[in-house]
Design a protein around this ligand. Sequence first.
Ligand code: SF4
Ligand code: SF4
Length: 80
Amino acid sequence: MQARGLALPVIDPGRCTGCGWCVAVCPPHVLSLHPRGGVKISTLDDADGCTGCALCAVRCPFDAIAMVRREKRSPLPDEV
Ligand code: SF4
Ligand code: SF4
């Protein structure tokens, strides 16, 4: 059973400092730091493992993570 949440973190590489706080707080450990252009940037490794809890976005001291709603698998009642 997969842990798909309603939203996914989107990391702004222009704001991410590679501090690693988001990696540390992510309960299912689906974030890690990847080298990019000589710096390390937080990256979501496993979108299906993300629960959408937003702890990473809340913890980021640099406001580099935005939670963005996933594409829905079925329409919500107000969208039908
Ligand atoms: S907490 Fe924010 S600044 Fe730090 S690695 Fe994660 S996204 Fe980047
Ligand atoms: S929303 Fe939660 S589960 Fe998903 S990457 Fe952030 S801390 Fe991890």
